[in-house]
Design a protein. Structure first.
Length: 124
């Protein structure tokens, strides 16, 4: 039996965290959470999750900077990061990918497509 995958959710909105936790249960992932970018970076370093879901508009340290720091750190640079954001302006996807995000999802989340994306990244 394989161990459950660990997903780090970095999101400051409780409603969004609740929704994403529910979706993560669909793929049988264990979810750990941070509500700001600085805590997200610390948790990624200590927990070594299999995947990070990163909101881009966060308090303390935004998701752009948190992702850039994670991708510069040899301890965390190999962890895939999916940006989850309401930023849907021209160039935001490219900016997120340039910051180190491996994928970009806009809110509101399309549940079916999001489950497939999680399955692909978590290889479940």
């Amino acid at each position: 039996m394989t161990s459950r995958k660990v997903l780090l959710l970095v999101e400051d909105n409780e409603d969004n965290r609740r929704l994403i936790r529910g979706i993560a249960e669909e793929v049988d992932a264990t979810v750990i959470e941070a509500d700001n970018g600085a805590d997200g970076v610390r948790m990624a370093r200590s927990a070594s999750p299999d995947l990070i879901l990163m909101d881009l508009s966060l308090p303390v340290m935004d998701g752009w900077e948190a992702t850039a720091r994670l991708k510069r750190d040899p301890l965390t640079q190999g962890i895939p990061v999916i940006a989850i954001t309401a930023h849907a302006m021209d160039g935001d996807r490219e900016k997120a990918l340039a910051a180190g995000c491996d994928e970009f999802v806009t809110k509101p989340i399309q549940v079916g497509a999001f489950v497939q994306l999680l399955e692909r990244f978590l290889e479940v």
